[in-house]
Design a protein around this ligand. Structure first.
Ligand code: MN
Length: 242
């Protein structure tokens, strides 16, 4: 049996075919018979609060709830786009929230799970903002704004990021390899799974003389991307829209 991982779907009304792909994938026998489904952050392009009454969060909750109701645990770790997702939505959607980082044993092998942005330590400006927006004070202040104001705020943030990068795709500084080694050493693992950079790959390397593995999940901008972990294999593949 497989343990499944996805991340960086960036679900958004501007890409309805990706939302449909997500719904169809979660309804497959493969997912409904998996050992577990992990969503490692940036499930949506922007999360403005669990009280959002838009269609997209409702559809997401229905899709993940269906997997949970089939007896498959659905784990969610927040990314830099959806860190405002909280207990109320998690309950509705059947999600078990994970801290970033978390170590889970996959078929007995301890594996470090992260969204990935914490490892981009070269981007000092980003890390400063990250710390600020993760404080309960900042979050409480944002969540106290009316829904419409939060929608406008999110739209403005998206617009700024588009202007900044010159495209709708995220252009992200790659991870700091020293930060990767330090995080894995600290967690006492030889395997790390994360997303965020949109550079899907299985990296094999040596960590303190031991064989180690870093698996980077792919984004869902133009197709899906799924990692399947079995007791003996890891398989990272695209998922086509068609
Ligand atoms: Mn991200």
């Amino acid at each position: 049996m497989s343990i499944l991982f996805i991340a960086d779907l960036h679900l958004d009304d501007s890409r309805p075919q990706i939302t449909s792909l997500f719904e169809r994938f979660l309804a497959t026998d493969e997912v409904r018979q998996a050992e577990a489904l992990y969503i490692l952050g940036d499930l949506v392009e922007a999360w403005i609060g669990d009280d959002d009454d838009a269609e997209l969060p409702r559809r997401i909750a229905q899709a993940t709830r269906g997997v949970r109701d089939a007896g498959v645990p659905v784990y969610f770790m927040a990314g830099n786009r959806d860190f405002l997702l909280g207990d109320s939505f998690a309950q509705r959607a059947g999600l078990t929230l994970l801290d970033d980082p978390t170590v889970h044993a996959l078929h007995g092998r301890p594996t470090l799970l992260m969204h990935g942005d914490l490892l981009c330590t070269d981007d000092v400006a980003y890390q400063t903002v990250r710390q600020q927006v993760r404080t309960p004070q900042w979050q409480a202040q944002i969540l106290s704004m009316p829904l419409e104001a939060r929608r406008a705020f999110a739209a403005k943030a998206r617009e700024d990021s588009r202007t900044h990068t010159g495209s709708s795709m995220e252009s992200i500084m790659d991870l700091n390899v020293g930060a990767v080694a330090a995080a894995m050493r600290h967690a006492g693992v030889t395997r790390l799974i994360h997303g965020h950079t949109h550079r899907p790959a299985v990296h094999e390397f040596e960590l303190d003389g031991r064989a180690a593995q870093r698996i980077v999940l792919g984004d869902w901008y133009e197709q899906g991307s799924v990692l399947r972990v079995t007791p003996t294999t890891v398989d990272l593949k695209g998922l086509s829209i068609g």
